[in-house]
Design a protein around this ligand. Structure first.
Ligand code: AMP
Ligand code: MG
Length: 320
């Protein structure tokens, strides 16, 4: 499979997102504490346009929709999005094109499917922190590949890529070669580096800290960042642990587009991602994972983390 058009689409989408950050950030709400910006629509439209051209028969699972674009976004903003896409791609773009691209491949199921989170980490994007543009692929509902454009990756923007069981990165700006990446082999607990969400509403940060205490990890080596960039950090050997435990009593499911590409990348780099009890992540149905949470590691430390998570979860239940 030729990934070149997807690399290009992800680069174009990050360019558009950058323009929005510099010029016209406008936040609207899809639901309570669930923001969306014109960059989300613009980035998804660019990616879906490429998929429609190069992989027209594949189904697409994507976060934003054409209906939402036509009903939630006011006419002035819709015109602005079309203009921004046109400027980024250097082609004329109409509002109707945007609505059509946004819905491309939706509501169908094929053996090979694309999974898109156009701006993953919208809150990070709005706060000028970290965010990524994500395109994943699933075969028979198993994540197998993807591209993650990470403009705010520490040390410089990166384009991560996984396919055929191998993981790579290259500079996001296209200035350098693609390099094979692999997870780190650190297992000494005092040296383990963890990454987790910035947003307190997204995960049970207190319980996650308790898991680290249970393992004897060093809190100074914990870094917070938005988005699936966290999977990239472990895949690139820059961290060993990404925990995502749900907040106590939270029933919010984990969306497939928040994990598919990241899990494919991490697995291809030699790492491991499971549910909180070590069972496999289940992407088999609908738009939500059938899991409680996610433990993503470099593999070597995985069983120890699962054990510590189970200890903390059992303790929490007893205390309730
Ligand atoms: P992160 O940047 O890793 O914290 O994750 C960003 C993702 O968290 C977003 O793409 C959302 O799908 C998801 N998210 C948004 N609100 C919540 C919430 N209240 N609880 C759990 N996840 C959320
Ligand atoms: Mg997301």
């Amino acid at each position: 499979m030729d990934w070149t058009p997807i690399f290009q689409a992800v680069r174009n989408a990050t360019d558009l997102a950058h323009k929005v950050q510099l010029r016209h950030i406008v936040r609207s709400e899809k639901g309570k504490n669930d923001p969306v910006t014109i960059a989300d629509y613009g980035a998804q439209a660019i990616i879906c346009r490429a998929l429609q051209e190069h992989f027209p028969d594949d189904a697409v699972m994507s976060e934003e929709s054409g209906t939402q674009f036509m009903t939630l976004v006011d006419p002035e903003q819709r015109t602005l999005i079309a203009e921004l896409i046109g400027e980024t791609l250097d082609v004329p773009v109409k509002e109707d094109d945007v609505a059509m691209w946004l819905d491309h491949g939706k509501e169908q199921e094929t053996r090979h499917m694309w999974v898109i989170d156009p701006i993953d980490g919208t809150k990070g994007f709005l706060a000028q922190r970290h965010y990524v543009v994500v395109v994943g692929t699933m075969l028979n509902r198993q994540p197998i590949g993807g591209v993650i454009g990470a403009p705010a990756y520490p040390g410089g923007g990166r384009l991560f890529h996984a396919s055929d069981g191998e993981a790579f990165y290259q500079p996001l700006n296209g200035s350098g070669k693609s390099e094979r990446i692999r997870v780190s082999d650190r297992s000494n607990v005092a040296t383990l580096r963890a990454v987790e969400s910035v947003e307190k509403s997204h995960a049970g940060l207190e319980q996650m800290a308790e898991v680290r205490r249970e393992m004897g990890m060093n809190e100074a080596l914990v870094d917070r960042s938005d988005s699936q960039e966290k999977y990239g950090r472990i895949a690139a050997g820059d961290a060993e642990l990404y925990l995502r435990l749900p907040r106590l009593k939270s029933t919010r499911p984990h969306s497939i587009w928040d994990h598919a590409a990241g899990v494919a990348l991490l697995t291809a780099a030699g790492g491991k991602a499971t549910d909180v009890d070590g069972s496999p992540l289940d992407f088999s149905e609908g738009i939500s994972l059938k899991n409680t949470g996610v433990i993503a590691t470099n593999g070597v430390i995985h069983d120890r983390v699962v054990e510590a998570v189970q200890t903390v979860l059992e303790r929490t239940q007893v205390e309730e």
